[in-house]
Design a protein around this ligand. Sequence first.
Ligand SMILES: NC(=O)c1ccc[n+]([C@@H]2O[C@H](COP(=O)([O-])OP(=O)(O)OC[C@H]3O[C@@H](n4cnc5c(N)ncnc54)[C@H](OP(=O)(O)O)[C@@H]3O)[C@@H](O)[C@H]2O)c1
Length: 673
Amino acid sequence: MAQIPSTMRALAIPTYGKPSSYGVATIPTPQITQPDEVLIKVHAASVNPIDIKVAEGALKFAHKYKFPLVLGHDASGTIVAVGSAVDSLKVGDQVFTRVPGHDSGTIAEYCLSTVSATALKPESLSFVDAASIPLVGLTVLQVIRRAEAEIGGLKGKTAYVPAGLSGTGNVAVQLLKNVFGVKKVITTLSTGKIERSKELFKEGEGEVVYIDYTKENVSSAIGAGTVDFMFDTMAGAIDSLPLIRKGGSIVSISKTPSGEELKKKFASAPWIPVVVLNLVDQVNKWRASRYGVNYSYLWMNSDAKGLDELGQWVVEGKLQPLVGRTAKLEDLEAVKSGYNEVYQAKGGVGKSYTPFRSSTTSQPQPTNSFETLMNTAPAIKSTMSKSLTHAKIVARRSAARGHANHGWLDSHHTFSFASYHDPRFERFGSLRVLNEDRVAARNGFPTHPHRDAEIFSYILSGELTHRDSTIQKGKEVKEGDDFYRMKRGDVQFTTGGTGIAHSENNESDKPVHFLQIWALPWARGLTPRYHTKTFDEAKKREAFVPILSPLAAGKGASAEDEAAAVPALPGTIPIHADFVMAAGIISVGKKFEWTVGGESDAKAVVKSRSDRKVYIHVPMTNDGKSKIRLDSREDSILAEGDGAFVTGVQAGDVLSFESIGEVEAEVIVLDSD
Ligand SMILES: NC(=O)c1ccc[n+]([C@@H]2O[C@H](COP(=O)([O-])OP(=O)(O)OC[C@H]3O[C@@H](n4cnc5c(N)ncnc54)[C@H](OP(=O)(O)O)[C@@H]3O)[C@@H](O)[C@H]2O)c1
């Protein structure tokens, strides 16, 4: 285990002040002093308005903060030490947390949290995405649960969430419609954010009504007595009372807390502010009661169980983390600029982050999801000869991928992975990781754990030995799913589910070259499972050969269905995702076609048929001599190592690939919901 240094860098303020006065300091690394504590090496931490309020001294009447004060309340990272009473988490676990302490911040290389405030990060969720969730996610969840209890469920109801792209607002809109069955969510945004939010909120059930609060009169646009539940993110609760139906509920996170709430958080809060705050809260309650509305303030609590639920919804695609801008801790100006944006409470989108591991850019990236990239990146221009006129194709050039050469491992990352982080490339549909790896002879990945991810290796050349942790080297009986020496043409597939531990080693004298791919499963906690299969080289030279397709029994599969492991497309490995993978080897001058969604004879293979996301990858298998032309577009030519994001397509669309290099081209298709 790596040594924990005695000091660390942190965004630690020497005294109360505004963001312009923040600075990075070297301070002692926190140490575990309580049995329920965990020490986390922080990979990413996010910025919240409460950080600024604390830094300005807004709560100094209630608590004597210790200086230098480290800012930040939520983080993702790896556990490096645990207290004596911690048995559900261990050193090495990748976690996310909303720290419960008032004096232990997260915008630092290490942070302290407790076991009851820390949950395992779904493996498929990047550290940056994970750091965005704890504080806002838990707040929203606790508010929604209170509202449900007050008005007897939210199914089929109308909710009003001001500031739909704010940190809390975006999570609320997504959860209300995608998880809690709300029929209509009304939200307010400034002009520039309307289109962007339509993109983010288009998934799932429930209608979203967008109101431009800078142009329209919000109250007239909503109409009196039409809202069942208002989530008050912008301190507008009292002004909005006429909009709420009799018997409805307003839960505010943005007005002042009651004195009782304050005392729960700060036991030693003096009595005068407690009495005053109780009085103000009583007045708000009384004003609401005149409309027959229940008003309350909620102050969120740290909660590992809630984090588990939020993580599950992310894995299921019901909640998309919204990354605003990122900055490295070393780039203090960028960090302060992120804080300033939150301070002004204008213009920002989602959450700001401070990742501590190397990032490709220290410049703020006004981008979140891949859709934004599609809007900002130059699309490969169409030509007259293209056949899928509605498809948008954006290249991902080989040299622009993340690259790490550790000597024994040379890896190119299409998406953020390990120390490579680029918020524009976090995932594409269910596709989360695409690494092109070369492992030197007699080297490899020793036993390591996986959970809640579908992980597969596609061998391009050389040999890679896969072993489950329960199989000792030299004690293998015969090759099977859990022990296998993979060669070219083989695919080894792992459902991480509730957790497995395996190793992948090159036990030969030659390097091994392979693709390591991860997809997000449609549910967490699946039963772990391996599959290994060889795909015929000759068939790949005739047409695309399907390699993976969804488990035919779908999301509701029984234990028997899981054991039977029948894929939607015969001959493929079943994957727990609405995802199809195929591979082809196209000889020079030949043309292959891929039917989006892996359709054969109009048979539905995938559930989500519109808005498919198809990633094309040309592995570096032929010394750079292969090339393909996509969709007959003269300027959509991909060389080895290049990839392309194809969007705007639906199941049944036919995408063409011509091999136009000096030698045949190997092409991988990853077709996702
Ligand atoms: N009680 C708790 O436990 C708790 C927990 C979390 C947060 N909070 C509090 O809740 C509030 C919201 O937090 P947050 O993290 O969601 O904030 P945030 O992400 O910083 O929200 C800022 C966004 O709100 C939008 N906005 C500002 N005024 C608006 C208005 N009148 N109508 C519609 N949109 C408006 C701005 O967008 P435009 O650029 O479009 O104007 C801005 O991007 C803060 O006061 C925070 O301290 C409390």
